[in-house]
Structure formats: C-alpha cells, structure tokens
Design a protein around this ligand. Structure first.
Ligand SMILES: NC(=O)c1ccc[n+]([C@@H]2O[C@H](COP(=O)([O-])OP(=O)(O)OC[C@H]3O[C@@H](n4cnc5c(N)ncnc54)[C@H](O)[C@@H]3O)[C@@H](O)[C@H]2O)c1
Length: 311
C-alpha cells in the first residue's frame, strides 16, 4: 500500500493506470489539466488539476502529497497535433519538471512514458532497421518533434539517474499503440479508426508497424515495474506491447507491402509475431501481457470486422 502520483491520469492510457493502481489498494494522486471522466472520482483517487509546465505548481503538488512513486504520462501524445516547437518544448519541459520535483521531494521510484516512435519508423525520407524484431538495442532515429521529445524524456530520466541514482530508482517505458478498454467495444482509437477498421485495412496499422498494447496490460506492467525497481539495474527502458501484431496476416507477408525493402528483414516475423520485442520486460521483470485483439474484441466489433472486410 503506497501513494502513487500519476501525471496525465485523465488520458487514454492514464485512466487505466489510475484505475489499476486504485483497484490494488494504492492511494492515487492523478495530476492532469483535465478531470477524470465520471463524478465522483474512483475510490482512493485524489485529483489535482494543474498545468505541469508550471514548475512551482508541480513542486507544490509533489511536496504536499510526498508520493512513494511517480508515473509520468502527461504529454502532447500525438505527433503533429501541435506545432513542432510546441510539442518539443512541452513534452521535454513536462518531463524535466516532473523528474526535478519528484527527485527533490525524495520520491523513491520515478518512471516516464516514452514511445516506440523514437526509433524513427514512418520517416518520409525512408527508414529500415538493422533487424526485426525491434528492441531496446535498436538505434533511435527520431525524425519529428514528438519522437525527439520522447527520446529527450528518456535522457532526462538518465540525467537524473546519473546524478541521483544512489538514492532514487528511475525507469522509462515505450508503450506500443495504446488501446483503451472502450475501444474493444467500438470507440475510435487514437488516430480515429475503430479496431475493426484497423484490422480490416492493414494500411491503417502499418504506420505504427502493427504494434499495439491494451492499456490495462500497461497498468499491470507499471505495477510490476514499481515492485521490482529496487532490485533491477537502475535507469532502464522497456518496450511494452502485446504479444502479437495488430494484423490478421503474418507480418512477414504484410511488412514488405508497406515498408519497401524489408522482405529479408521481416522474414522471421511469422505467425502472430509482432515487430516489437517485449522479451526484455518478460525476462527482467517477469511481466507478460494478458490481452490480445484475439481475446478482447467484443462480438459487436467482430461483426463490424466481418462487415468491414466484406466491403
Ligand atoms: N496512446 C498511445 O498509443 C501512446 C503510445 C506511445 C506512447 N504514449 C505516451 O503515453 C503517454 C500517455 O498517452 P495518452 O495516449 O494517454 O495521451 P492522452 O493525450 O490521452 O493523455 C495525456 C494527458 O496529459 C495531459 N496533459 C497534457 N499536457 C499537460 C500539461 N501541460 N499539464 C497537465 N496535464 C497535461 C492531458 O490533459 C491528457 O489527459 C504520453 O506520454 C504519450 O506520449 C502513448
């Protein structure tokens, strides 16, 4: 039982993370510009509405709650959804403000959300990895402000670990394309298509290389990470994804259609294999995702999938 402060708690991913920690009996402080949906807030959840760009406000909230752990999710979460300089400034300053305030207030475990986009796929000038599956050793090559801001957030995490790693535990994680629980029921995904549409038309999931993860699996991952952070190497980064690809066909067939030149590289992505490896999280933390589109799609959405496929 401890106090966990979660920034971005009202967001697509944050709502499941807040719910997960509250359900396991933690006191949760959800810090966000916006409110959690529903009134009142779930039991055990305190809401703080501040702009995390305001460093003094972040310090004040952190000092007042003295959490045991901080999970930093708040960000401009969609590439090109704001001017590039605004995304870079906002996301990097948010990460810095939260890590600085948490560290100065003696928080023992501090985690930030990064993103698989740091790797640089989708680059209009072309991109190919050295090999598949992609993992924590794949060289990051960000080509837009969002991806760069997430790589900087990882570096902010490492900078604090370099200076304060003797007293404080730090980590970063790269969640794949987040699917929140209502999206299995047919709500639009982050980029505005339903899951049925995404599965029926591979072109929709190809830009993210068919990666995805259920938000509740991310919440489970974070619970395990916080539990084990004291006993693993400090300042690590983890990919967090589903165990399969968001596609009906194997990626060795699909990838070359959307990523020119990847025929040989993708040859090992047979069956349901995803393009992103979660082997590190499985090995270091013993975490395994419990959910897949094959288990979570509701009957209604399955019917949509059948009808989308027949058009
Ligand atoms: N959704 C995905 O597929 C995905 C994939 C990879 C990484 N991520 C990362 O995971 C995190 C959560 O993503 P999400 O999809 O839940 O995003 P989201 O946009 O749904 O939620 C982000 C939350 O941050 C809050 N926020 C933004 N700026 C703020 C500020 N200045 N002060 C206070 N609150 C602020 C917003 O109000 C929002 O509730 C982000 O860091 C994102 O970059 C998300």
């Amino acid at each position: 039982m401890s106090t966990v402060l979660i920034t971005g708690g009202s967001g697509r991913l944050g709502r499941s993370v807040v719910a997960g920690f509250a359900a396991s009996g933690h006191t949760v402080v959800s810090v966000d510009r916006g409110a959690l949906p529903g009134d009142p807030a779930p039991a055990g959840v305190v809401q703080e509405s501040i702009d995390l760009l305001d460093a003094a406000a972040v310090q004040e909230v952190m000092a007042r709650h003295t959490p045991d752990a901080v999970i930093h999710l708040a960000a401009i979460a969609v590439p090109f959804s704001a001017p590039e300089d605004v995304i870079l400034r906002t996301n990097t300053m948010l990460a810095y403000n939260v890590f600085a305030a948490a560290t100065e207030n003696g928080v023992g475990r501090i985690v930030t959300a990064s993103s698989p986009t740091v790797l640089g796929y989708g680059n209009p000038s072309g991109w190919l990895p050295e090999s598949f599956p992609l993992d924590e050793n794949t060289e990051p090559k960000p080509w837009n402000a969002y991806a760069l801001s997430k790589l900087v957030a990882e570096q902010v995490m490492r900078m604090f670990a370099t200076a304060h790693g003797h007293t404080t535990r730090y980590a970063a994680f790269r969640p794949c394309y987040v699917i929140s629980p209502e999206e299995w029921e047919g709500a639009p995904t982050q980029q505005g298509h339903t899951l049925a549409e995404r599965l029926a038309d591979p072109a929709l999931s190809a830009p993210a290389l068919f990666n995805y993860v259920d938000a509740r699996d991310v919440a489970d991952f974070l619970a395990v990470l916080l539990e084990k952070m004291d006993s693993i190497e400090n300042a690590q980064t983890f990919f967090v994804g589903a165990a399969d690809a968001l596609a009906k066909e194997p990626l060795d067939k699909l990838m070359p259609q959307f990523l020119p030149g990847s025929e040989a590289l993708a040859a090992g992505l047979t069956g349901t294999s995803p393009a992103f490896s979660i082997a590190k999280a499985q090995k270091v933390l013993g975490w395994t995702p419990q959910r897949s589109w094959r288990t979570e799609l509701t009957d209604t959405n399955r019917a949509d999938l059948a009808s989308a496929a027949s058009h």
